[in-house]
Design a protein around this ligand. Sequence first.
Ligand code: NAD
Length: 361
Amino acid sequence: MDLKIACIPGDGIGPEIVAEAKKVLNAVADQYGHTMHYTDILMGGASIDVHGVPLTDEAVETAKNADAVLMGSIGGDTTTSPWYKLPPNLRPEAGLLGIRKALNLFANLRPAVLYSELRGACPLKEEISAAGFDMLIMRELTGGLYFGERRTTEENGVRKAVDTLVYDENEIRRIAIKGFDIAMKRRKKVTSVDKANVLDSSRLWRSVVEEVAKDYPEVTLEHMLVDNCAMQLVKDPAQFDVILTENMFGDILSDEASMVTGSIGMLASASLNDTKFGLYEPSHGSAPDIAGQDIANPIATVLSAAMMLRYSFDLDKEADAIEDAVRQVLKEGYRTGDIMSEGCIRTGCSQMGDLLAERIR
Ligand code: NAD
């Protein structure tokens, strides 16, 4: 298969971790007979330095012409970097918002997996972490409270602010379909999270999700109120497979879920539109404090590349091979500094990429 991949190395550790993800993808290509066609795109600070803006129209066109985008991370030190003296619409992060909008990426996926070898980093009680967990939060990204009408007024000296939470059934249906499609590739369980005991938007959410569920008889659907979900994530995270939820609930729950894994350098993510196209990137930032030292953990980016193979290219076997390689390398005791523990073998960013690629070949 020919895979057209646009790469955004970005800033800070971005170029280092994307290089390692490419190394692993190339090993997959060799092993399974695929051809990778990479095109690099400048975005964020790297684009500001060359073009004066964080994202150019040409960069968006290049991304649109690819089958998927693999990104490192963008941004610099927000207190010292000259990029943050620019007006907000010209700062690195504006590039990310711009590309998400241009590519109509409405579904955000964040897996939270507790690897048995990294259980020590999990902040939960041992009896809970012992069960492990492997969940995926599917968050609606372009609607809801963050995009509704808002205003602040003052009446008789009293300030008043209003934000509006709006969803139409089509927005709910398209994310629900994504959620169920992805559950079919996993353990076939969807937990739809809402606040249907209070909010009209949640009652509509619940009824549309139930309609979509009828097309997926193999998937078990359960509904959970968001406050209960926040508790269950720390009480019994093993119960979750796919958590499907709206924008603000997903924003909060996905951060909570990733924190319970305890390992920021291991967390992948994807943003999808209504085709197979997606943008894949680690959940962490550009870590300017450790950039250029060959000590960053490339695994979150490597696992994002595995998600790309699974969700944009339907190459499940190849994605499994990458995820198995990660498990294998951890089992053998190799660790980058961020996940280092006593008795393990400390490796750099590039060596970690080599080890993963070797386990695939
Ligand atoms: P960060 O995630 O970059 O770093 C937080 C801490 O985690 C740092 O100590 C860093 O060294 C460490 N860390 C992060 N990733 C690591 C890895 N792969 N291996 C080892 N250690 C790792 O968050 P921050 O410091 O708040 O932000 C730095 C920059 O990244 C800012 O400019 C911010 O705007 C940007 N950012 C970008 C994205 C994105 O591109 N999607 C996301 C978040 C932050």
